[in-house]
Design a protein around this ligand. Sequence first.
Ligand SMILES: CC(C)(COP(=O)(O)OP(=O)(O)OC[C@H]1O[C@@H](n2cnc3c(N)ncnc32)[C@H](O[C@H]2O[C@H](COP(=O)(O)OP(=O)(O)OP(=O)(O)O)[C@@H](O)[C@H]2O)[C@@H]1O)[C@@H](O)C(=O)NCCC(=O)NCCS
Ligand SMILES: Nc1ncnc2[nH]cnc12
Length: 282
Amino acid sequence: MAGLLAIKPRVINVAALAEEALWQELELTPKPGLVDKSNNGSHRDMDHALFVRSIQAISPWFSRFEEAGRTFSRRAKSEQLSLLRPMGIACEQAMLRATHGVNTHKGGVFALGLLCFAAGRLAENGEQINALSLSSQVSGLCQGMVQRELASRTSMATAGERQFHQFGLTGARGEAESGFATVMRYVLPYWNPRAMHEMLLRLMAVNPDSNLVSRGGIVGLRDVQMYAQQLLSRGWEYDDLVRMDKQLIERNLSPGGSADLLSVAWVLGECKHYPLPPKGRG
Ligand SMILES: CC(C)(COP(=O)(O)OP(=O)(O)OC[C@H]1O[C@@H](n2cnc3c(N)ncnc32)[C@H](O[C@H]2O[C@H](COP(=O)(O)OP(=O)(O)OP(=O)(O)O)[C@@H](O)[C@H]2O)[C@@H]1O)[C@@H](O)C(=O)NCCC(=O)NCCS
Ligand SMILES: Nc1ncnc2[nH]cnc12
């Protein structure tokens, strides 16, 4: 009826969600082993102020990644990553300039950059933007990445490359190629933006975090996973997280990969129910 207000669904701005995700992750306190408002976790080279500068340097790139997803939407899916990579590396360089060479958000740039690019591609192709379509789009863009960049190479330059050859762990690449399956399976069904500590524990309980392995080996990874699993199964409160933070700091353990996936969870979680299905369906 003409008199009815046309209620427009909230248009999702994934680039804005990506920046918001980084701020939500940084401000969450306490975060076992990680930089937060109360301490620097297991890091001697990073603090809250450095992460603020890192987020300020990275965030302008998210809308550029999304625009690139629109621009290159007609190119073959197999070309997309090679079109995006130079921008991702430029963003990484901007981060390193802001942090004087400290690796604050390398994984975050990679994961959130892919999500923004995927959102632009979906929008340009007139497809719905929601957690499932973003996950599937990122997986499609990264198809074959583990085989191309890890299995077919002998490079040991980074933690991710070394751990693939030592333990068969696929790190950030495997997570992206799976469409962030760890987030989709272990966090999204329980998504609650007011329960970010619980969401982080759910990630730490299962995520094969290359940062934990590079700092504490497979034993360090398994200890942190079991610790998080125990808190989740018996219930936890604020002081449990403070104690876990102290223990991870004593062992120089930092779940940096799970911190990045918490940012990914924020973006996918906030897109989970969009667009709302028409009444009577969905
Ligand atoms: C594709 C790359 C990003 C791969 O890089 P790399 O070969 O290093 O692979 P990974 O080690 O697997 O991952 C890199 C970072 O990703 C985070 N991460 C780790 N495990 C996982 C996981 N299972 N799932 C998701 N993400 C994961 C992690 O990043 C966070 O931790 C870092 C801070 O912790 P810290 O311990 O301090 O790390 P270091 O400084 O290395 O150790 P110290 O020296 O301090 O002891 C921080 O980066 C967080 O973000 C991993 O570090 C890359 O090769 C690449 O191609 N980059 C270019 C960008 C690009 O391609 N963009 C395209 C889209 S825009
Ligand atoms: N808050 C944090 N502390 C340490 N490493 C991180 N990587 C991403 N977020 C982080």
